[in-house]
Design a binder for this molecule. Structure first.
Ligand SMILES: [Zn+2]
Length: 357
């Protein structure tokens, strides 16, 4: 018996599929073609096992980040910032500034230098020169953090997809940091949250499907007053967030004595290494603009349901290639992955030169 699935796509995804449809709007034909060409194992990735819940602390602030948005939150020394999955599978970017002097900010390169490409529990977020000191300590990481990729940006979508109007982390950061008077030219390199990156045999980094489940989270202990700016990654054309845009939860809490103890233990090996800055510099404190209202570009995301009629043979094929370890029984998400991955591969093949995006 035939089975009808109603698969949600957003307008950015359909803009890519539009390039490969024989007749405008014939998405279901394209989906069936991609399904016919899909190989078993094409959705290799596994959701992480459920994470233990975070400790109970006094909550100071909570925000639900919508797709296409970010937020600047103050995290004072001795407070904990938790960035958590909601539906699961969602990558995020994080930028961090010293709240009392916005010239000092997270330096992803130094962080990578000291902790490798995938910093995790027990590692520190380091600031730029000339300060070069830890701003935050990673108290708990149940996902994967990445320091190898720059944020997705206008240039990236323009160059790789000819879509300069695509939602991107770079512009979300600029809009979120504007709340504290940080100019577009001051945006720093991103620390990538829940980003499942891998290296190929030549050491070139690539992005894999997202293994974060709904219970995964990353907690940072503020070692000094910071302005933390997380955003929901806008990549829905690649594997970064399993070809969709979901929510992220952002929570600030009062640290427990054991959090302070752990952060102290994590910083101890570096205490004698951090050298006082030998320069006289005017500090620039970051203060919230009371008139700020966010206007994130390229929104709203318009969702369209595409109806696909699967024959018994199509259903058997989908059963054989879909990865229940990643998508459970959400056949629509699995089918969207198949056709978007197919289109992304076709797009990649059309690009000249290096294209590890
Ligand atoms: Zn992004």
């Amino acid at each position: 018996m035939d089975r009808v699935l109603s698969v949600p796509f957003n307008h950015q995804q359909l803009a890519l599929l539009d390039r490969y449809t024989a007749v405008p709007g014939a998405y279901s034909t394209l989906i069936l073609q991609a399904l016919a060409e899909a190989q078993p194992g094409c959705q290799q990735a596994q959701l992480s096992s459920p994470a233990p819940p975070p400790p109970k602390r006094r909550q100071l602030a909570q925000h639900l980040l919508e797709p296409g948005t970010g937020i600047a939150v103050e995290v004072k020394a001795g407070q904990v910032l938790r960035i958590a999955q909601v539906e699961g599978g969602q990558c995020g970017d994080l930028n961090v500034y010293n709240l009392q002097n916005g010239q000092e900010h997270l330096h992803v390169g130094r962080t990578r230098h000291l902790h490798g490409p995938h910093p995790t529990t027990g590692d520190l977020l380091w600031s730029c020169a000339p300060w070069e000191r830890p701003l935050m300590a990673i108290l708990q990481n149940t996902g994967v953090c990445d320091t190898t990729f720059a944020s997705c940006s206008t240039l990236g979508y323009s160059h790789f997809y000819n879509m300069p109007q695509h939602i991107n982390c770079q512009q979300m950061q600029i809009e979120a940091q504007r709340a504290y008077g940080i100019g577009p030219w001051q945006e720093h390199d991103s620390f990538n949250l829940f980003m499942y990156t891998v290296s190929d045999s030549e050491g070139n980094p690539g992005i894999d499907r997202n293994g974060a489940g709904p219970s995964d989270y990353i907690e940072f202990y503020a070692l000094t007053d910071v302005l933390a700016i997380p955003n929901v990654c806008g990549d829905d054309l690649g594997k970064t967030s399993n070809f969709w845009q979901n929510h992220l939860s952002v929570i600030v809490e009062e640290a427990l004595p054991e959090d302070r103890q752990r952060a102290e233990d994590f910083t101890k090996p570096y205490q004698n290494s951090v050298v006082p800055v030998p320069y006289q510099m005017k500090e620039v404190p970051l203060r919230r603009d009371p008139d700020y209202t966010p206007h994130f570009p390229h929104l709203p995301l318009r969702i369209h349901q595409v109806e696909v009629v699967l024959s018994e043979q199509d259903q058997q094929k989908l059963d054989a290639v879909h990865n229940p370890g990643l998508y459970g029984d959400d056949l629509c998400a699995a089918l969207r992955d198949i056709v978007m991955d197919w289109a992304d591969a076709k797009n990649n093949a059309s690009l000249p030169g290096y294209s590890h995006h």
